[in-house]
Design a protein around this ligand. Structure first.
Ligand SMILES: *Cc1c(COP(=O)(O)O)cnc(C)c1O
Length: 453
């Protein structure tokens, strides 16, 4: 045996080192031992592969680091200076102050989640958002689940298992993160019947595919791409008329739950939930954490009998929403009811932020950062599976990288508070639109510290 193995200290000797005493005080003895053993095991493997044995001090230090980094939550806040409003990798919509307060309250203690306080009997958690959703969208009934992917899976499983669902070939899409319409369809036990071509689908294509086994017509919003040029799709109105003629519900996967008109901000119109309901779809499904601006959830609104069927399906229990997000969602919906979504919900505040306000903030940042920064024009992007290609003119704070823009971006991203921007043409670009006002101070101090070195 290589003598290096014998040079490794025993577990007991390591544990009794002065520096390890801190670990013993801070962490459970059981886990200190476990980490020490795991670490020694790995070191032995490395030595067997020809690496030199670490010194006693090195061993102690790596063990301390290992345990400390395990105890440091790796999920942390990030300052989003990318200008992408709904960034799936950054957790999509930031929440309103009021929603955060409601979620904290709900998290801290007990709630009347499933108790009817009048009778004292068991109730449904859905009552807390049902009337709100019905008022806001015009639907008869509503159900909230874990996310939109589970909403689509639940709808197909409960309404079309063992039957056929007709979808335009141009809408059998992948949204990202593994959500693909054909796979979800297979999982639900429904049979996908694709009609039309990638770029053009006509109403007659749907009609010709209707059989006695057809359970529904599905429309999927192409959330993250746009077909331009020689393209044709069937309007939701026509699809619902066809559905009515054959007694088939239209299931509308809207992706982003947009309740306000995006046209006001010079953006393309995003399909709105109310419109979909008004045309008579059976079910409209959408995410709560995209343009709606709430916590992660999947919202289903539509015809009473269909929603009742979903509610009774065993999968509904498997994908149910928790009390914390339910509380945040209710408060987010109330912002719409009060007509204050533009000012209270961060995503809508960002969308509606006047260019002058962005310019003013950019000037303030440049002034603080001195000569290293300047203002350039550019675009913010809505992102997150809504308004494909939709951009808003913005002002960017550009920091010259002097050949080291990648190092600068890496540094900003790696240390706390973590900041993410864009890099382009040897410039680091920061968009004030997506930086929350309360984050500005921390961002600027960090930037100034990095730039002064
Ligand atoms: C985003 C999106 C989904 C998935 O929604 P999650 O809430 O992320 O599960 C499904 N369908 C469409 C059309 C989408 O845009």
């Amino acid at each position: 045996m290589d003598s290096s193995f014998r040079h490794l200290p025993s577990v007991d000797r390591l544990i009794s080192d002065q520096r390890m005493q801190r670990l013993e005080e801070e962490y459970s003895h059981h886990f200190v031992l476990q980490i020490v053993r795991q670490h020694l095991e790995e070191v032995r493997l490395h030595i067997a592969q020809g690496e030199p044995a670490p010194s006693f001090d090195q061993l102690v230090e790596s063990i301390c680091e290992r345990l400390d980094s395990l105890a440091e939550p790796s999920l942390r806040p990030v300052i989003n200076a990318t200008g992408v409003l709904l960034h799936t990798n950054l957790g999509r919509a930031p929440l309103s102050q009021e929603a955060v307060v409601a979620m904290e309250r709900s998290a801290k203690g007990y709630t009347n989640l499933e108790i009817d306080m009048d009778s004292g009997k068991r109730g449904s958690r859905q009552v807390h958002i049902q009337s709100l959703l019905c008022q806001l969208t015009g639907a008869e009934a509503a159900l909230v689940v874990n996310n939109n992917a589970s909403a689509v899976l639940l709808a197909l499983s409960a309404l079309a298992k063992g039957k056929e669902v007709i979808v335009s070939r141009g809408q059998a899409v992948e949204i990202g993160g593994g959500f693909r319409i054909p796979s979800v369809m297979r999982q639900s036990g429904a049979k996908l019947v694709e009609v039309g071509t990638t770029n053009r689908t006509y109403l007659s294509d749907y009609e010709e595919a209707v059989t006695p086994r057809t359970a529904a017509l599905l429309r999927v919003h192409s959330s993250n791409f746009r077909v331009v040029g020689f393209a044709q799709s069937v309007a939701i109105e026509e699809l619902t008329q066809l559905g009515e003629r054959y007694g088939l519900p239209v299931l509308d996967d809207l992706g982003s739950g947009c309740l306000l008109d995006t046209g006001r901000f010079g953006l393309d119109p995003e399909p709105m939930v109310q419109q979909s309901i008004a045309t008579g779809v059976g079910l409209a499904m959408f995410s709560a954490d995209k343009l709606l601006g709430g916590p992660q959830a999947g919202i289903m609104v539509g015809q009473g009998p269909l929603v009742a069927k979903l509610q009774r399906h065993p999968l509904a229990r498997a994908v149910r929403i928790d009390k914390i997000r339910l509380a945040g969602l209710a408060v987010t919906l109330i912002h719409y009811l009060k007509g204050e979504a533009d000012t209270k919900i961060p995503v809508w505040r960002m969308l509606s932020m006047p260019l002058e306000e962005i310019e003013e903030r950019a000037q303030k940042w440049c002034h603080f950062l001195g000569g290293a920064a300047s203002i350039v024009g550019g675009d913010s992007v809505v992102g997150g599976g809504s308004l494909p290609g939709g951009t808003l003119p913005t002002r960017l704070v550009a920091i010259r990288g002097r050949g080291k823009v990648k190092e600068l971006a890496d540094k900003l991203r790696r240390e706390s508070p973590m900041v993410i921007g864009r890099t382009e043409n040897n410039l680091l670009l920061l968009d004030p639109r997506t930086v929350l006002p309360e984050e500005e101070g921390a961002l600027l101090t960090r930037l100034r510290n990095i730039l002064s070195h």
